[in-house]
Write a protein that binds this ligand. Structure first.
Ligand code: CO
Length: 301
């Protein structure tokens, strides 16, 4: 890997890890999700990195993909099991890291530990040429050892410049289809999810998270205003996810109506929340790693 690219991945990792730890310290009963999301994002920007995606704050049965709206009034409650998922980038080189916090209680300590243990297991196996289906198997067994299920349809993912899902998936279960093997210098976000419910997520309500659709054929859409907005969005975010909150600030528009129109034309895609199919509680831990000659280096410690 080019030295300057390596330094950018390392810096993104340091900034993301710092912001994640800072966010953990803010999560308390009565504090608003919006305040935590915005404080963590400011922390990333203050350290000179960009936002690789909106801070995700997913609670209890919601495994992933929720960020507060600009006017969100929701607050953390005692007993909430919170997944705080943070992404920073430097010149498009991304660090993606997440941790689970139980608010003011210790009911799910074991499930939180299971996610951490599963992550350590996966990281311990990462090296060039590793069979990712065997990594998935080891993760699955680690989680089963705690008496829980891995979420079988959420995976880790490779990262490339400005690309959050670059083609390689890291499963949390044995999957015969995982044929692509990582090689040295590949960068992967590894993120086992643990469930005490179905161990499978389905689409839920809105996440307030969007992403531009680079495949759109602009010429087919006659609405000039939407085309211009789309071009502005691509310039700002490329294909990285963005929040309804950010859109609101950038364009001072009625974001609900405009975003709905852009979705209608296919300019942008809206992510649904990912919810355990049996409403079980979900925990998660995530680090980003660079594959080295004989193992991997974690960037988000
Ligand atoms: Co993440």
């Amino acid at each position: 890997m080019d030295d300057s690219v390596y330094e950018k991945y390392k810096l993104a990792g340091e900034v993301a890890a710092d912001a994640r730890n800072y966010g953990v310290g803010l999560i308390k009963p009565g504090v608003s999700l919006l305040e935590v999301a915005e404080s963590v994002e400011s922390r990333i920007l203050d350290h000179g990195a960009g936002l690789a995606f909106p801070v995700n704050i997913s609670i209890n049965e919601v495994a992933a993909h929720y960020t507060p709206k600009y006017n969100d009034v929701r607050v953390f409650k005692k007993g909430d099991v919170v997944k705080l998922d943070v992404g920073a980038h430097v010149d498009g080189y991304i660090a993606d890291t997440a941790v689970t916090v139980e608010v003011g209680a210790h009911v799910y300590t074991d499930m939180i530990k299971a996610a951490g243990d599963a992550l350590d297991t996966a990281i311990g196996l990462m090296k060039p040429g590793v069979d990712l289906s065997m990594v998935g198997k080891a993760v699955e067994e680690t989680i089963a050892g705690y008496g829980y299920k891995p979420v079988d349809n959420l995976t880790g993912h490779s990262l490339k410049q400005y690309i959050l899902h670059a083609g390689i998936s890291v499963p949390s279960v044995y999957e015969i289809s995982s044929r692509v093997k990582p090689k040295a210098d590949d960068v992967l976000a590894v993120e086992p999810f643990v469930s005490n419910g179905a161990g499978h997520v389905v689409s839920g309500g809105g996440s307030n998270i969007y992403r531009c659709n680079p495949g759109i054929r602009l010429k087919l859409v006659r609405d000039q205003r939407s085309r211009k907005l789309f071009n502005d969005l691509v310039r700002e975010f490329k294909t990285l996810p963005f929040a309804q909150r950010w859109f609101e600030k950038l364009f001072k528009n009625n974001s609900d109506i405009v975003l709905r129109r852009l979705s209608f034309y296919g300019f942008i895609k809206h992510y649904p929340q990912l919810v355990d199919a049996k409403k079980g509680v979900v925990t998660q831990k995530e680090h980003t790693v660079i594959i080295t000659q004989d193992g991997c280096e974690v960037t988000t410690l």
